[in-house]
Ligand binder design. Structure first.
Ligand code: F3S
Length: 451
C-alpha cells in the first residue's frame, strides 16, 4: 500500500501564532486564559490546561490578568468587555481574519450591505458579523443564496475556511441577485492549499484519513471534500481512531490534516500506518522486509503552486520567513516533511535489535529499543523454560538482544521476543556439537506415539 502524506500539514500560520503567544505567556509566568478553546483540537487544549492556561467562555469568567483572543477573532464588544473588567488583551486574531473584520467595519461605516458566506454559529463568523453590528446576512449554501431578495448593492466576504467550490457556486447566484456586487474572496491561502491537496489526494486514493479535531471546522470541510471523491474516508483525531481494517485490500492511502492538527499527531498516524504496512508486507510475502522506508519523496502529492500574493496578506503582521520564490507555508511544510523523514525509526518483524530493560515483573519485560514506543516481551516470549521468571534473569538497566515479533499489536505495543534469540543461539550450539561429533545433555519432555 502506497502512503501519500499531504505536504501541507500541521498548524497553519495563524494557529501557530496563537499557540506561540499562549506558550510565551506561560514562559513568562504571566497568568492568562484563552477566550474559548485556542484551537479546535482537544489534545492541544488539554496540553494548555496542564500548563495552567484555561479556556473561558466570557470575560466575566476570566480570573487571570490576561486573556488571549484566539485566531478566530472576536467582535468589538469583547474588547470593550475586557476594558470594563480590566483584563489585558493578548490579541492572536489571525491577520487574515482581521482583514475581513476591517472590511466588515468599513461596510458598516459606508452603509453597504454585507453578506457573509460561512457558518452562522462559528466563532469567526460571529466575530466578523460583530464588526458589522451583528446585522450582516449570513448564508452558507446555494439554496440560502437563492432565497435572498434582490439587492442594489452589497459586499460579500467569506469565512476563511469556506470550500472554494461552494464559494464560487454561491457567488454565481449572488451575481444574479445583487446589481453591484463587491466580491471579497477572503478564503485564506492555507485553506486553499489544504483543500486543493485534499481534492488531489482523495481522487487518487482508495482510502483517506483526515486527521484533526472532530470539532474543527476546517478539518470537517476537508473530510467532506474527500468524502465526495473517495468511498473510504475516516476522520481520526489520534492513532486510537485508526480503523482496524485489512489494509491489504487497499493500494493507496492518503493522509491529510486540518490547520489545527499538531504535527506530532500527523507523524504518529503516518508512522503507525507505515508500521502496519511493513507488518502486512511480512504477512503477505513471508519474505524479509528490506531496509527501505516508505518512499515519502515519491509519494508526495503535487506541489500546490498557488501562493498568497504579498499584498493580499495583512500588511501589519509579521509572516514566517520564506526562501526566494517559495512561500512561507511551502517552506515550513518542506521542513515538516524533512522532519518526518529524519525522525523515521525503522523496525520490522524479524529484526534483531539491542535494547535496555526499562522495567521488569513476573509477567513481562519492558525494553527501550530506541523506537518511538518501548517494546514488550511477554512471559511466553521470554524464555524456552516456562518456569523461568523474567525477574530471575534480567533487571532494570540491563542491555539485552531481542527480536521484533510485531511492530504494533491491537493495543499499539511493539511485541518483542527474547525466546527466539535464545532458541537461535541454542540451535547454533547444537549444530556446532554435531559437527564436532560431540554429545549433549537433554531433558525428556514427553513420550509420544512415534518415540
Ligand atoms: Fe488564519 Fe487561515 Fe489559519 S485564516 S488561522 S491562516 S486557516
Amino acid at each position: 500500500m502506497k502512503i501519500t502524506l499531504a505536504k501541507h500539514g500541521g498548524f497553519c500560520f495563524g494557529v501557530q501564532r496563537a499557540l506561540d503567544k499562549a506558550l510565551e505567556m506561560e514562559k513568562q509566568n504571566i497568568p492568562a486564559s484563552t477566550f474559548g478553546p485556542i484551537i479546535h483540537n482537544p489534545l492541544v487544549v488539554n496540553m494548555l490546561e496542564e500548563k495552567g492556561i484555561h479556556s473561558v467562555d466570557s470575560i466575566e469568567e476570566c480570573e487571570t490578568s490576561h486573556i488571549i483572543i484566539r485566531s478566530h477573532g472576536v467582535s468589538p464588544e469583547i474588547y470593550q468587555e475586557c476594558e470594563k473588567h480590566t483584563v489585558n488583551v493578548v490579541d492572536a486574531t489571525c491577520p487574515y481574519v482581521r482583514k475581513i473584520q476591517k472590511k466588515a467595519k468599513e461596510c458598516k461605516e459606508n452603509s453597504i450591505e454585507l453578506i457573509i458566506i460561512g457558518e452562522k454559529l462559528h466563532p469567526e463568523t460571529i466575530g466578523i458579523n460583530g464588526w458589522y453590528g451583528s446585522d450582516a446576512l449570513v448564508i452558507n449554501s446555494v439554496k440560502e443564496a437563492e432565497a435572498i431578495d434582490k439587492m442594489q448593492s452589497a459586499c460579500v466576504v467569506a469565512q476563511t475556511t469556506t470550500p472554494e467550490e461552494r464559494f464560487d457556486d454561491i457567488i454565481e447566484v449572488l451575481k444574479e441577485k445583487v446589481d453591484n456586487l463587491e466580491i471579497f474572496n477572503s478564503i485564506c491561502s492555507a485553506t486553499k492549499q489544504r483543500q486543493k491537496e485534499a481534492v488531489d489526494i482523495s481522487e487518487n486514493s482508495d482510502i483517506v484519513f483526515v486527521v484533526g479535531g472532530k470539532n474543527s471546522s476546517n478539518t470537517r470541510k476537508l473530510f467532506s471534500i474527500c468524502k465526495e471523491r473517495c468511498d473510504n474516508v475516516y476522520h481520526i483525531e489520534t492513532t486510537k481512531d485508526i480503523p482496524s481494517l485489512d489494509y491489504r485490500e487497499y493500494d493507496n492511502l492518503g493522509i491529510i490534516s486540518g490547520a489545527s492538527t499538531p504535527e506530532w499527531i500527523i507523524k504518529e498516524v503516518y508512522y503507525t500506518m507505515s508500521d502496519i504496512e511493513k507488518v502486512e508486507q511480512t504477512e503477505v510475502t513471508e519474505e524479509k522486509v528490506t531496509e527501505e522506508s516508505v518512499p515519502v519523496e515519491d509519494n508526495k502529492s503535487e506541489t500546490v503552486a498557488e501562493v498568497p500574493a504579498e499584498e493580499s496578506a495583512p500588511a501589519e503582521e509579521s509572516k514566517p520567513e520564506a526562501a526566494e520564490g517559495v512561500s512561507a507555508e511551502e517552506s515550513a511544510n518542506a521542513s515538516f516533511m524533512e522532519d518526518v523523514e529524519k525522525s523515521m525509526v525503522q523496525i520490522k518483524s524479524g529484526m534483531v535489535v539491542k535494547g535496555k530493560v526499562v522495567s521488569v515483573n513476573e509477567d513481562e519485560v519492558c525494553v527501550n529499543i530506541g523506537y518511538k514506543a518501548d517494546g514488550l516481551i511477554k512471559r511466553k516470549d521470554f524464555s524456552n523454560d516456562e518456569n523461568e521468571s523474567p525477574l530471575d534473569v534480567v533487571k532494570e538497566g540491563d542491555e539485552i538482544e531481542v527480536e521484533v515479533v510485531r511492530v504494533r499489536d491491537e493495543d499499539g505495543n511493539v511485541i518483542l521476543s527474547r525466546k527466539n534469540i535464545e532458541a537461535r543461539k541454542n540451535w547454533k550450539k547444537l549444530l556446532d556439537k554435531i559437527e564436532e561429533g560431540g554429545s549433549f545433555v537433554g531433558v525428556g519432555k514427553q513420550a509420544i506415539k512415534g518415540g
